[in-house]
Design a protein around this ligand. Sequence first.
Ligand SMILES: [Fe+2]
Length: 205
Amino acid sequence: MAWTAKEDLKPSKPLQGISQKQIDEHFNVLYKGYVNKMNEIETKLQDVNLAEANGTFSLIRELEKEKVFAANAVRLHELYFGNLGGDGKPKGRILDLIKRDFGSYEKWEANFRAQGICARGWVVLANDFEDMKLRTWLSDIHFEAPWSCAPLLVLDVYEHAYFIDFATGRKSYIEAFMKNINWDAVNQRVEFALGPMAAAPAHRS
Ligand SMILES: [Fe+2]
């Protein structure tokens, strides 16, 4: 099945401190570029010679490796754009969970911002199904978080995400990002990921 860009995830109203040009370049060129590459890779995999599979070099190895890179780039950007467009005021179940697992919202936010300064790609607040706790993960590239986690809030800190508006001023970009978080969207992810679960899943008890 072909991968398609999710146009409905593009913020539909102006953001605070982040220009439409910045969003357009990021969404229309970067994000859609990953979607196109995903389709290109999957098309080429249909004709790959499986008998040539080799761990040092083979077409199937290279295509499958880059497929993971491209797929996570698509997914992370969809999560990033999907958690923009709000008023930046934390609320609901996610706020309760952050307080539960980080001590206070302020303590979590300070850590999240600091990870945003030092990451080379992404910062992801996620629910870890291993113990049903929230954790914030730093990822320098498109795949570095444990597979037991469901992403809830995603911050893109690649320079392409902010250079038009902020040049090298990543701290100011993160400030603007925090003001535009759509916490309702984050809470929808919480409901989707956790459902009615409040404690460790049955197989861990
Ligand atoms: Fe990006």
